[in-house]
Design a protein around this ligand. Sequence first.
Ligand SMILES: O=P(O)(O)O[C@H]1O[C@H](CO)[C@@H](O)[C@H]1O
Length: 323
Amino acid sequence: MAPVNADIVNGSKVTSPVKKTLPEVEDNGKRYSYEMLVETANFLLSKTDVRPVIGVICGSGMGSYWNEGSLAENISQPECIAYEDIPNFPISTVEGHHGKLVFGYISDVPVVAMQGRFHYYEGYPLWKCCLPVRVMKLLGVKALIATNAAGGLNPNYKIGDLMIVRDHINMMGFAGNNPLHGPNDERFGPRFPPMNKAYNYEFRKVAKEVAKELNIDNMVREGVYTCLGGPNFETVAELNMLKMLGVDAVGMSTVHEVITARHCDMSVFALSLITNECVTSYDHDAEANHEEVLDVGRMRQDILRDYVSKLVNRFVKYLPQNP
Ligand SMILES: O=P(O)(O)O[C@H]1O[C@H](CO)[C@@H](O)[C@H]1O
């Protein structure tokens, strides 16, 4: 048997090499009412004059932290509010996820961006991971742009490609884990929302046109995303199963956010950055890791920033008008 690591276990007394306070993420089954989220939205509206119509979720390494030149940094007249200062909001615990809402303008369109999202593996139930999406709705947001880092399962995909999400497979939902699980508040949306038009057709069409205009169509794909619970990356057998099911890219987010957004009638566009190749053979030496995910995000940040800026500018024409 390998000797016990003396840095971790000192005699019978277990010590931690790095002192770290872990965040409280347990909710003890408590759900947030419509009224509580109205309180959160009103708090935010009192802190800024920006009235966002598009919400952006920045994926891992895709503006999820403040980095010169990143998508989030491209927001003009930015007003940042830390998650920990927002009533009823969870806090970000993942490396590379900053934990701030940024209000401001992209291409002169008022937006709110999440610099850091919430994942199931952090310990949050799915409804809580998606709480910001409902808050966005209450702020007046009409369309959601969700970006994510994902492993490329489609053998034609290369690291650094962008995948427009055409559809998803809700693997966690198959096991009954759904952000809409529990009592339904009709003020957000119906008990049984349809999902066959989850990813807005016009947005996807425009995104392909814009890719051509920016001369990046050789790296822009369209495919099916799935979200697994994480935090471990997948086994070879799991990835081969997902491949058989028609999955093109694998991640640990987005699906529940999209379901929540569609439930409350927001239009949705989602974009995956392929940060690593999914390993589907036992002969392959590579191992997925989060550092690579963040590095590829940095590598593609300029392209992503310019692409999303142009998308915001074009999507705005397709937003439903107020009655
Ligand atoms: O989906 P985002 O937040 O972009 O991040 C992806 O990258 C992380 C793994 O490296 C996971 O959190 C996965 O979901």
